[in-house]
Design a protein around this ligand. Structure first.
Ligand SMILES: C[S@@+](CC[C@H](N)C(=O)[O-])C[C@H]1O[C@@H](n2cnc3c(N)ncnc32)[C@H](O)[C@@H]1O
Length: 221
């Protein structure tokens, strides 16, 4: 079981994604709620990356750095980017606590980021939930930044999570599913694109399954 807080824990109730996805809202969440998703890596990422040869990794929407720091501890050369300067400061502190080096930076991936062409061997996106046009743009940029032969690895809340799961943003437009991912990454060789379940303990002490979608896709040589 995943005993970490549900991935929803950082979401401030608001009427729309538009309100909850601003830099101010993310900063507020990170300032007031501690390590919102804990300091351990996402369980599916840990399983995927367990045996990987060290490579150049980019963590898009890295938050407080739990995945970046874990990957750096496995000798990868990691860059982590996030909209929230508060999250980036906390991520830098986490890297310091773990005595690893990660190149963290604050950037809006939709409005500001210019992807360096073919610069990374592995790009991870962990619960970077954006509305459709922003999501598609960031996914296109991620493909540009990926080296030939490199892999995009993504985990996100599934659109079924609202009705069947637990946690995650309550806004259908920012949820993912296999069809959306297959379309976004149609130029890549898709090696995995499926629903996965995460057992989480809710605030009431119940155990429930969160519905996620996991993608692994390789850029052709
Ligand atoms: C649910 S959190 C996930 C954090 C981290 N990937 C993890 O799994 O612990 C989503 C993150 O995406 C970031 N984010 C949202 N919109 C963004 C944007 N336009 N550019 C960069 N980061 C963004 C938020 O600041 C937040 O840290």
């Amino acid at each position: 079981m995943d005993h970490s807080v549900p991935e929803s824990a950082g979401h401030v109730p608001s009427d729309s994604y538009h309100e909850s996805g601003t830099v101010e809202a993310w900063n507020e969440r990170y300032l007031t709620r501690g390590m919102v998703w804990g300091t351990e890596p996402n369980q599916f990422l840990a399983a995927f990356a367990a045996g990987l040869t060290p490579c150049r990794v980019l963590d898009l929407g890295c938050g407080q750095g739990r995945n970046s720091v874990w990957l750096a501890g496995k000798n990868h050369q990691v860059t982590g980017l996030d909209l929230s300067p508060v999250a980036i400061e906390q991520a830098r502190q986490l890297a310091k606590d773990h005595q690893v080096k990660v190149d963290f930076d604050t950037v809006d991936l939709v409005r500001e980021w210019n992807p360096p062409p073919e610069a990374f061997d592995l790009i991870i996106l962990s619960y970077l939930q954006l509305p459709p046009e922003d999501r598609q743009l960031v996914h296109r940029k991620a493909v540009e930044a990926l080296a030939p032969g490199g892999t995009i690895w993504l985990i996100a809340h599934h659109s079924d999570n609202i009705s069947m799961g637990v946690g995650g943003p309550p806004y259908p437009e920012v949820l993912f599913n296999e069809n959306r991912l297959a379309a976004d990454f149609s130029g890549l060789e898709i090696r995995r694109n499926e629903k996965v379940f995460r057992q989480v303990e809710t605030e009431n002490g119940e155990t429930k399954a969160a519905h996620d979608v996991c993608l692994e896709a390789r850029k052709p040589l």
